[in-house]
Structures are given as structure tokens and as C-alpha cells.
Design a protein around this ligand. Structure first.
Ligand SMILES: [Zn+2]
Length: 259
């Protein structure tokens, strides 16, 4: 029972307000990143499922994006400083989450009040360590220590790694961040409609593709998605990449299909 309540409280911490136009990226444990279509309207969403078990970052639209490239962003993410901090915070967060949700109730059941207070001490020590690590890492990103303050709470501390990653990518154009994080094929699926609209005079926020080489992207997208393995003569939509057996326009985009 207590375990359920603690798990629920930690889950509620994952509720976030997502502004319109945000791009949400997520991964489970150390699995590949996945991406969703940009949010059409602002809404409240349950995003972090017991982070760091599921890591979710929100790239909210920014008025000016940083001038940067996929190479720079990759280098930053793989650079020792940020990489180590993210790794440590992820491990600490996972331990803190387990001790809080499972360890504390079990200690209470087994060893009574004494066990509970020892468990609580461990949780608070972990939170303090996470907070300190977050303050130091935040400083390299130009953040004041107050920024890390909410993650002193036992229910939010486990989210520290995703918060740091989100902060590191805050001013990076979504296409660049997506290209640096997503597997190559998932990234192409994600950018295809934006590139199509940008190339065909569609209504697209061009800032979305800032920092990307549009020519290269167009070349990469000119091929039919999913390779040539499927029934040689299928039709596909050049905007979203969906394949069709018959018909002349895509049911999603209303764009003429090509062979
Ligand atoms: Zn389509």
C-alpha cells in the first residue's frame, strides 16, 4: 500500500505543462530515443514515468535558437563533463527512486521506526548528493544554484538527469537535437514532413530546421522509405513517407503519391 502511494507521488512529479510546438523526445532506460510530432496546442501531460526508467525531454520552441550544428551538439553530449554528469545523475536517480519507493516501506515493515528513519536518512543523503551534482553541472550551463532547488525533493530528485539534458539542449534547434539523439532512420521519419513543406512552399516554421543542411536532407529523403525490399511497385507519400497499395493521394497529408 505504502509502496503504491510513494510510486504514485513520484509519478505525479512527472506531470508537465507542454507548450504548443514543443517536440517531445523519450527513451526507456538506455534504449534508443524516439520522438513525437510537435505538440499542436499547450496541454498538461504525464511525461516522466519514473525517470530515469523512462527519460523524457521537452524541447519547447525558443524565439532565437543558438547557432550550432549536429556535430557540435554531439560533441557536447559526448564530452566528458556533461556525459559523466548525466550518467552519475541517472544512476543516483535510479538508486534514490528504488530506496524511496521500495526500500523505505520495506525498512519500516521489517525494522519498524528505526528502519524507517535510517531509510529516510539514506534518501535525504541521496537527494543532497543529486542536488549538489546538479548545481555544479548547472553552473557550466550558466544556471544559478536556485535552478536545482526543486530537485532537492525526494519525489523529483530522480528526474535530475533528464532536467540537465533538457537544459543542455534548450536553445538547440529541434532538428539538430533530434539528429544528435535519434537513430538515423527515426530522424528521417521525423524531419520528412518539415523538409517537404519547406521545399514545397508549405506552411512550416523554418526555424525548426535551423542548423541543418537542407540540401543534404533532401537528398537523404529522396529515396523511398524502408528501402526497396517491399513489393517493388508500391506507392508512397513524399511528405510523410507512408506507403500505399493504391489511391492517388495520401490520406494524412493530401499529397499526391509517387511510385
Ligand atoms: Zn502523407
Amino acid at each position: 500500500m505504502t509502496i503504491a502511494i510513494l510510486a504514485l507521488l513520484t509519478l505525479i512529479e512527472g506531470m508537465r505543462r507542454v507548450p504548443a510546438g514543443s517536440v517531445v523526445l523519450r527513451r526507456v532506460l538506455f534504449g534508443p530515443w524516439t520522438v513525437e510530432r510537435p505538440e499542436p496546442a499547450e496541454r498538461l501531460r504525464l511525461l516522466s514515468w519514473w525517470s530515469p526508467i523512462m527519460t523524457t525531454i521537452v524541447l519547447a520552441p525558443r524565439p532565437p535558437y543558438q547557432k550550432t550544428s549536429v556535430k557540435d551538439v554531439r560533441a557536447r553530449l559526448e564530452g566528458r563533463e556533461l556525459y559523466t554528469a548525466l550518467f552519475d545523475l541517472r544512476v543516483l536517480g535510479a538508486v534514490e527512486l528504488v530506496v524511496l519507493v521500495l526500500g523505505l516501506p520495506l525498512a519500516l515493515q521489517r525494522f519498524g521506526a528505526m528502519g524507517f528513519f535510517v531509510g529516510l536518512g539514506v534518501v535525504l543523503l541521496l537527494c543532497l548528493t543529486i542536488f549538489t551534482a546538479l548545481v555544479f553541472s548547472g553552473r557550466t550551463l550558466g544556471k544559478r544554484w536556485r535552478w536545482a532547488f526543486p530537485f532537492l525533493s525526494p519525489f523529483s530528485a530522480s528526474r535530475a538527469a533528464e532536467v540537465l539534458l533538457e537544459e543542455a539542449l534548450r536553445d538547440v534547434p529541434p532538428a539538430v537535437a533530434g539528429s544528435a539523439l535519434l537513430p538515423a532512420d527515426a530522424f528521417l521519419v521525423f524531419v520528412r514532413p518539415f523538409v517537404y513543406d519547406a521545399s514545397n512552399g508549405g506552411d512550416v516554421d523554418r526555424r525548426f530546421l535551423e542548423g541543418m543542411n537542407l540540401k543534404e536532407l533532401r537528398a537523404a529523403l529522396a529515396q523511398r522509405p524502408g528501402g526497396t525490399s517491399q513489393n517493388g511497385q508500391g506507392l508512397w507519400c513524399p511528405r510523410c513517407g507512408a506507403t500505399f497499395i493504391h489511391g492517388d493521394s495520401c490520406s494524412e497529408c493530401g499529397v499526391h503519391l509517387v511510385t
